[in-house]
Design a protein around this ligand. Structure first.
Ligand SMILES: C[S@@+](CC[C@H](N)C(=O)[O-])C[C@H]1O[C@@H](n2cnc3c(N)ncnc32)[C@H](O)[C@@H]1O
Length: 255
């Protein structure tokens, strides 16, 4: 066995071992002698480093373990943007998994949380069906389980005094925040209309160097998200885009 062959086999074994450790699927294709290795974290995977890191903190296991790459990306991003002025925000909060992490990482920042807290709105779903973006999106889907979702989110957030809840239909609920600026925004509303409205509202209000995470950009499940970004670029010009290899294909936009 030549040295190249030996090194290749050892690397392959190492990758397989690592993939097993983090419960990831490992895909290898070897087109024309080149090796491409990509990992996809399993939805049910429990990533050991992540569990260690957040053990003892009031985090739901699911929130930071099922999508280690997205949570870790936000954690690393914190170092880059925490000294920028401006608030932080999330559009599409649901039960507050990611909001909890934003609140934990930016303890001195006001966190604006926009959601109907009653699931998708009919005004957004009809376009999804017409344009075949996501036929399965129905009004009322993703209604949080808790009888008082806002209180439940307050309870799980470590700096709940920083939370500002905007309950109702976005973009209507953003009207009081026209004079705000932002250093970090998470857009996670799944559908074309709120995603587009989110970019229209937040992008001009982002600090220079500020960052927007757009969930589901590359997931293929919510096709309207990518369309919304392309349409927003017709208004604002090309965004600086960095796609992440996380569970649902987050896109990072840097202002
Ligand atoms: C995928 S969930 C968000 C998940 C959340 N970021 C998390 O960490 O678990 C999508 C959310 O977007 C909200 N949403 C969708 N369209 C909206 C709109 N036009 N206005 C307000 N909220 C909306 C839904 O109510 C739902 O809670």
């Amino acid at each position: 066995m030549g040295i190249k062959h030996f090194l290749f086999n050892s690397t392959l074994c190492l990758h397989r071992w690592m993939a097993k450790k983090v419960n990831a699927d490992l895909h290898m294709t070897i087109p024309r002698g080149k090796t491409i290795v990509s990992h996809r974290m399993d939805y049910d995977a429990v990533s050991p480093p992540c569990l260690e890191r957040y053990n003892g903190l009031p985090f739901l296991d699911m929130g930071c373990t099922y999508d280690y790459v997205r949570y870790r990306a936000l954690e690393l991003m914190k170092e880059q943007i925490e000294n920028l002025p401006g608030s932080v925000a999330e559009l599409g909060v649901f039960e507050g998994n990611f909001a909890q992490m934003i609140n934990y990482l930016f303890p001195k920042k006001t966190l604006f949380l926009y959601d109907t807290f009653q699931g998708f709105d009919e005004r957004d779903c009809s376009l999804e069906q017409e344009q075949q973006f996501s036929k399965e999106a129905l009004s009322g889907d993703l209604k949080p389980l808790a009888s008082d979702p806002i209180e439940a989110i307050r309870e799980r957030c470590p700096y709940s005094e920083n939370l500002v809840f905007r309950k109702g239909y976005f973009p209507e609920t953003a009207a009081p925040d026209k004079n705000e600026t932002f250093s970090f925004v998470s857009l996670d509303a799944d559908l074309y209309k709120p995603t587009h409205a989110g970019l229209e509202f937040f992008y001009p209000r982002m600090q220079e160097g500020g960052v927007i995470f757009v969930h589901d950009y590359s997931s293929g499940m919510w096709k309207g998200v990518k369309e919304a970004i392309q349409d927003a670029e017709k208004i604002f010009g090309p965004f600086k885009k960095v796609p992440l290899p996380d569970c649902c294909g987050t896109l990072v936009i840097v202002k």
